[in-house]
Design a protein around this ligand. Structure first.
Ligand code: FAD
Length: 445
């Protein structure tokens, strides 16, 4: 089967090297531009019907990976994206250094992924197909060397996403993958073939489709979660997209913010119900941010009156803290700041009350409860929980009620903490969906 058979003549190979970045000028587009412009300038009611083999809708890491795997399997692939360029959330992740994956032990790694109704062992299976080593080797194949930080997190040496994305798109184009950017999908009609309707007015028929539309965080990067409406209309069960890996609100009094806004609480032990983590928090103008609250988010979401309990000095027992204050008779907090080595944020939290004895102060240090008003808005979260329910999917990530329709990435109902697990999950599900789509197309089902 020829990968280029019937290549749609209006489709643009619009994602050029110059486009991979925020300031993308349409004028940088090459020969495909005039053809695309001809389509766009036609009245929206004059829909153009065209047929392709595999449509990947969404050019984030999950969609690009699915396209790569399917194209390597001999499938003719076109990636459609609503934005003027692909991979915009990946570029945002690059601003934090691009934590690609994590080198922790495999068995533990696979337990990081949670979601209601997740089939037992699914992540072992997905990650066995494309694990952290495979992701590092893949990056290396693009000429992007990676390193492992002391906390097991893996980053590109350059701590940037743009070079990796640029080379990835170049490779995909060399493989024959077509790109149709500025193509917002507005409707789907599953069938044989599937009909895809775009905001441009174009209608595309595709033998198979991989949806990789992302969750709903950072909608300015393109993933706005609008697809949940169409999927529900099609009878595909989806859980609501909610903020994950996000800050939680607490109304700090002005005096706390005056001294502690932006200050970290380092090496703390934090608990929610029977969930415990050792990590850090950041005091912000709206509440709390940071690894500890991200990891405890799923437990917090399940509470009617969410609250986090912090042990500010987890390496000392209550008795050890009191012993360090033996000779102190007054100004307990001032003394504790020095003797217990309290940072600015911890000191500020404790200064909300007046302390008359070391025992009570030590109890508060070991058990500081902060009630929370709720999560930050989903648009500001790093990721979302919710999405296409697992019971709708088979092991190949195909929607069982619509043969030939596959899903990948953040739009499936899984969540994971920060630390490289999110991108690894997108790459692993993209790999599975791309491979399954290729096998399905080639089986002639
Ligand atoms: C600030 C920030 C920092 C992050 N840092 C990290 C990190 O260091 N490490 C890590 O592992 N993860 C990180 N992440 C998370 C990571 O970026 C996401 O998990 C990942 O991008 C999700 O990939 P995806 O392919 O599922 O979706 P997305 O990357 O969201 O891509 C979805 C694509 O679908 C397109 N699309 C949506 N709707 C339509 C439509 N109707 N028609 C056509 N196209 C459409 C969008 O334009 C977009 O290009 C970070 C996220 C944020 C917000």
């Amino acid at each position: 089967m020829s990968r280029h058979r019937g290549q749609a003549d209006f489709l643009v190979h619009a994602t050029s090297e110059a486009e991979v970045g925020w300031q993308v000028a349409s004028a940088t587009l090459e020969d495909g531009w005039s053809r695309r412009a001809a389509v766009i300038s036609s009245p929206k009611s004059n829909t153009l019907h065209t047929s392709i083999q595999l449509a990947v809708i969404g050019g984030g890491p999950a969609g690009l990976r699915a396209a790569e795997v399917a194209a390597a399997g001999g499938v003719r692939v076109t990636v459609f994206d609503a934005q003027p360029s692909v991979g915009r959330k990946l570029l945002v992740a690059g601003k934090g250094g691009l934590n690609l994956t994590n080198s922790e032990q495999f068995e533990h790694f696979a337990t990081r992924y949670t979601g209601p109704g997740q089939p037992a062992g699914i992540w072992h299976d997905l990650l066995r197909e494309f694990d952290a080593d495979a992701l590092r080797a893949w990056a290396s194949g693009l000429g992007v060397a990676t390193f492992q930080a002391s906390n097991n997190r893996v980053y590109p040496q350059a701590l940037k996403a743009a070079p990796l994305l640029r080379r990835w798109v170049e490779r995909l184009r060399r493989m024959g993958v077509g790109f149709a950017v500025n193509h917002r999908l507005t409707g789907i009609e599953p069938g044989a073939p599937h009909r895809l309707v775009f905001a441009t007015g174009e209608v595309v028929s595709a033998e198979a489709v991989v949806f990789a539309l992302g969750g709903a965080s950072w909608p300015q990067t393109g993933s706005d979660g609008a697809w949940t409406g169409w999927f529900k209309t099609l009878g595909i069960d989806c859980h609501a997209l909610v903020a994950a890996n996000c800050g939680w609100r607490h109304p700090w009094p002005p005096e706390v913010l005056a001294s502690a806004d932006g200050q970290p609480l380092k090496n703390i032990h934090a608990s929610v119900s029977n969930h415990h983590v050792t990590s850090e928090l950041l005091i912000t103008r709206y509440g709390l941010e940071g690894g500890a609250i991200y990891q405890l988010g799923p437990a917090l979401r399940g509470m009617l009156e969410p609250a986090i309990t912090i042990d500010l000095k987890p390496t000392f027992t209550h008795a050890q803290l009191v012993a360090k204050m033996e000779s102190v008779r007054r100004d307990f907090l001032d003394a504790a700041r020095v003797r217990w080595r309290l940072g600015t944020a911890a000191h500020t939290l404790l200064a909300r009350r007046v302390w008359h004895d070391a025992g009570a102060l030590a109890r508060e240090v070991k058990h500081c409860v902060i009630p929370l008003d709720g999560p930050q808005p989903v648009a500001e979260a790093i990721s979302t929980a919710g999405g296409v329910c697992w019971h709708e999917l088979d092991g190949g990530l195909m929607v069982t009620r619509y043969p030939g329709v596959f899903v990948a990435g953040g739009m499936i109902d899984w969540e994971a903490p920060t630390g490289g697990y999110l991108l690894q999950g997108c790459f692993a599900t993209g790999t599975r969906a791309g491979r399954s789509a290729a096998a399905w197309l080639q089986s002639g089902d």
